[in-house]
Design a protein around this ligand. Structure first.
Ligand SMILES: *[C@@H]1O[C@H](CO)[C@@H](O)[C@H](O)[C@H]1NC(C)=O
Ligand SMILES: *[C@@H]1O[C@H](CO)[C@@H](O)[C@H](O)[C@H]1NC(C)=O
Ligand SMILES: *[C@@H]1O[C@H](CO)[C@@H](O)[C@H](O)[C@H]1NC(C)=O
Length: 357
């Protein structure tokens, strides 16, 4: 039996990622409805999904939300809305007993995430089956990071980590003019930054305990801040640097970990016209390996969400553990690191402890 879901949101990411990726797994998922605030944008997205979900319905406005809540055939909901609206909508859908996958960032602040988690716990205690709450950040599902995590076992003692993000968020980027990102504390640093922190936390396999950072605002066509330079320390004592420019003339994105027995580097790149990551592992004994992994994080995390819903439905009444890599709490931990960096910058780089979740 295919899983029935609804999509809330009909923006660029829904049209260019959610719908095509869901089509690829069209044998196990059916889109029952697509909702947007306006009828017009919901309709445009619905037309894109009709080939593999012929009965998809167009929903808009408050009454559209009520219809989705009341439709008991809809098991899961993907929430792809403006950052500040997502947590409230997620909780609304979870209360209605729907499984939820929400786009990143998990929240706009750790205060919001804490309140949200309390609300989620309370509702889990009050209903028979705990609905899944996943955050779609995709990096924890990228094969490049999954494989790099394994290579970390051979790195010896971790010496230091560098994360360099020189982004390409200029006026040629389709998300550049997105209005909610211009009214979001932390701007693109928080919105995009959670991905790079997710990658860092995944390969480090250890939480970041303290940070010190200076933010800077240079490109006035972007929301502030657009640059961040940070020193961080992991719970295991290892330190590293995280440098991020939202828009750079020469984009480059890499994570590099030096260990006593080798150096691991993951860098965004392309091969045979496919985009993805080049993973380099140079060992102290002279052995080196290079592997290219095309992007597939969005496919993997959506597959996982649909699979988890199917598992939960087959075990009616029993608690079902959803994939921990996509749990809300992991998303909240990424927000906490960036929030601590931004707070440190407000205090001229003073050391700040990262809030624990
Ligand atoms: C935006 O950045 C990309 C990648 O660096 C570049 O190719 C493009 O020319 C830039 N566009 C503008 C308007 O600066
Ligand atoms: C900006 O964000 C605040 C807080 O999330 C919200 O209340 C307000 O409506 C937003 N303003 C605009 C113009 O989107
Ligand atoms: C692909 O990667 C090469 C370097 O390996 C780079 O010169 C080229 O600009 C990249 N192409 C695209 C489309 O990003």
């Amino acid at each position: 039996m295919p899983t029935h879901i609804a999509i809330l949101g009909a923006g660029i990411f829904v049209r260019t990622q959610y719908i095509p990726r869901l089509r690829e797994i069209g044998d196990c998922v059916i889109i029952k409805a697509i909702w947007s605030r306006s009828e017009e944008s919901a309709k445009a997205a619905v037309e894109l999904a009709r080939d593999f979900s012929p009965e998809v319905e167009c929903k808009w406005g408050d009454s559209g939300i009520d219809d989705i809540i009341q439709d008991t055939s809809i098991q899961g909901v993907a929430i792809v809305l403006a950052g500040e609206a997502q947590v409230d909508m997620s909780l609304k859908m979870l209360k209605a007993g729907k499984h939820v996958i929400q786009e990143k960032p998990a929240s706009g602040s750790t205060d919001e995430a804490e309140k949200a988690l309390l609300g989620y716990k309370a509702l889990c205690n009050s209903i028979a089956q705990q609905p899944i709450w996943a955050v779609a950040e995709n990096y924890r599902f990228e094969p490049a990071f999954v494989e790099s995590r394994k290579l970390m076992n051979d790195i010896g003692d971790m010496m230091h980590i560098q994360v360099i993000v020189e982004g390409s968020m200029n006026s040629s980027n389709p998300y550049f003019s997105s209005s909610w990102r211009r009214n979001f504390t932390g701007g693109f640093i928080l919105d995009m930054g959670v991905h790079f922190i997710a990658g860092l936390r995944m390969i480090a396999g250890c939480e970041i305990s303290t940070v010190s950072a200076i933010a800077h605002y240079v490109d006035k066509t972007l929301p502030p801040p657009d640059n961040l330079c940070s020193l961080f320390q992991l719970e295991n004592g290892c330190a590293g640097v995280f440098v991020m420019a939202v828009s750079s003339a020469s984009p480059k994105i890499l994570w590099r970990i030096d260990g006593s027995k080798g150096t691991l580097q993951i860098e965004r790149g392309n091969e045979s016209s496919r985009h993805g990551y080049v993973v380099l592992f140079n060992k102290a004994d002279g052995h080196s390996q290079r592997t290219f992994y095309p992007f597939s994080g969005v496919n993997e995390e959506l597959k996982c969400f649909i699979h988890d819903i199917a598992q939960a439905s087959s075990k009616e009444g029993a608690t079902c553990e959803a994939e921990p890599r996509s749990s809300y709490i992991e998303g909240a931990r990424d927000v906490a690191v960036l929030e601590a960096m931004l707070k440190s910058s407000e205090k001229q780089g003073a050391q700040v402890h990262v809030k624990k979740f």
